[in-house]
Design a binder for this molecule. Structure first.
Ligand code: HMG
Length: 388
């Protein structure tokens, strides 16, 4: 019996800022963003959107397809949680009308935790193959204004159904892990925006890739040449290109620069116009590959490198299933991305500074998301979510 990804769907906000507008406001050359970091646009959450509404919007098509009674566990991966105690997934459980016997838990380790959730979900399904485990990963990436990280903001959520005999990607049991206590990127409880040692974080990302790959090679018979494509954690597109070049060099690959680029370029399309969505980003990259690759991927092996600052990294592998293309949400994703509305720099600042009450006051939030679920108010320290 194989276990893995049966269905995948993502959601992002209906607003975006073109990085040319950011560059203009900062008097920076737009090519620094378009070419230097490989990003074009960044998603900005509407005032009535957060990790809960984005996660529920991403998961709705999967729950509608399978039925709300069939899901035994909901795992919610995020690093931009809205509560220190209550799992964000409990709100999603209600919004999606899931079965009261479905367990819910939230997982955190920076951008890595969706991968931990997927591995744990695979273990649950291996033990009880009739189970369907829903993994959602949802984040709003926020840095201080006028810092190097600002251009790498973004927001998005992905929902992944883990089952036995999956229709999209079978996940192999062998993994390579690497953990090290470092301060490359972190967000103390009292801060809304992340702190980051940007250049150092890119070095630690590359070091973790080498270490996780070496560990993977001890566990798995697969070599670099066995993979047709690679999905990397995507803080920005250029990071994946650098990572892939390093991995190829480490393995003395005979592929030329163009062939190496082909192994990752289709994973970058969605993230280039959404930005970093932390826990969700590598899996939005996988969706981009499955939905945009011109070749039939059936039977092909994909390598995954998941990285979460702090840091924990994992390299693992999967095999694309015959007929996978019949189970994608390509048209809906494309329509959602095409229908997004561009905002100017001043509107971006307004969204960035939207009030976030801390004293229990009542804040009514006007409707602006086009999603099915929205945050309607914050009152007496409680967030009120509704279906539109
Ligand atoms: P920076 O230091 O301002 O940028 O910010 P830079 O000066 O290094 O320029 C970037 C690239 O653009 C360079 O290319 C420049 O040469 C090029 P490279 O040397 O890297 O190949 N460039 C240009 N190219 C064309 N035309 C131009 C031009 N100007 C410059 N005119 C930095 C870069 C990554 C530091 C910043 O964006 C940042 O701090 N980002 C946030 C941290 C981050 O994303 N780190 C990635 C690794 S950690 C990670 O992935 C985890 C994370 O997702 C969080 C989590 O796990 O929870 C972040």
């Amino acid at each position: 019996m194989s276990v893995g990804i049966d269905e995948i769907s993502f959601y992002t906000s209906n607003y975006f800022l073109d990085l040319r507008s950011l560059a203009l406001a900062q008097q920076t050359d737009p090519d620094k963003y378009y070419v230097g970091i490989g990003q074009e646009k960044m998603g900005m959450a509407a005032p009535d959107e957060d990790i809960v509404t984005m996660a529920a919007n991403a998961a709705l098509p999967l729950v509608e397809a399978v039925g709300s009674e069939r899901i035994s566990t909901l795992m919610f991966a995020t690093e931009t949680g809205i509560d220190q105690s209550k799992a964000a997934g409990v709100y999603v459980h209600r919004l999606l009308g899931l079965n009261p016997n479905c367990r819910v838990v939230e997982l955190k380790q920076a951008c890595y935790s969706a991968t931990a959730a997927i591995q744990m979900a695979c273990a649950l399904v291996a033990r009880q193959p009739e189970q369907k485990v829903l993994v959602v990963a949802s984040d709003v990436a926020r840095y201080e204004l006028n810092t190097p990280g600002e251009a790498t903001q973004g927001c998005g959520a992905v929902a992944i159904m883990i089952t036995a005999n999956p229709r999209l990607v079978e996940i192999d049991p062998e993994v390579g892990n690497y953990t090290e206590d470092v301060m490359d990127f972190w967000r103390p409880n009292y801060r809304v925006t992340a702190l980051v040692d940007g250049k150092y974080s890119t070095k630690i990302y590359l070091k973790s890739l080498k270490k996780a790959w070496e560990h993977f090679r001890e566990a798995s018979p697969l070599t670099f040449d066995d993979f047709s494509h690679f999905c990397y954690h995507l803080p920005f597109g250029r990071m994946a290109q650098k990572a892939h070049q390093q991995l190829a060099k480490l393995n003395k690959s005979g592929l030329d620069a163009g062939q190496l680029e082909q192994q990752i370029e289709d994973t970058l399309s969605y993230n280039r116009i959404i930005g970093n969505s932390y826990t969700a980003s590598m899996y939005i990259g996988l969706t981009s590959l499955l939905e945009n690759c011109g070749h039939n991927l059936a039977g092909k092996r994909i390598g995954f490198f998941s990285y979460g600052s702090g840091c924990v990294a994992e390299f693992f592998s999967g095999r694309v299933v015959e007929g996978y293309e019949r189970h994608l949400h390509r048209d809906r994703h494309q329509q959602m991305l095409d229908a997004r509305q561009e905002i100017g720099y001043e509107e971006y600042l307004e969204l960035y500074r939207y009030p976030d009450p801390r004293d229990g006051e009542h804040l009514e939030i006007p409707a602006s998301t086009r999603g099915r679920f929205r945050l309607a108010a914050i009152s007496h320290h409680k967030r009120e979510y509704i279906e539109c």
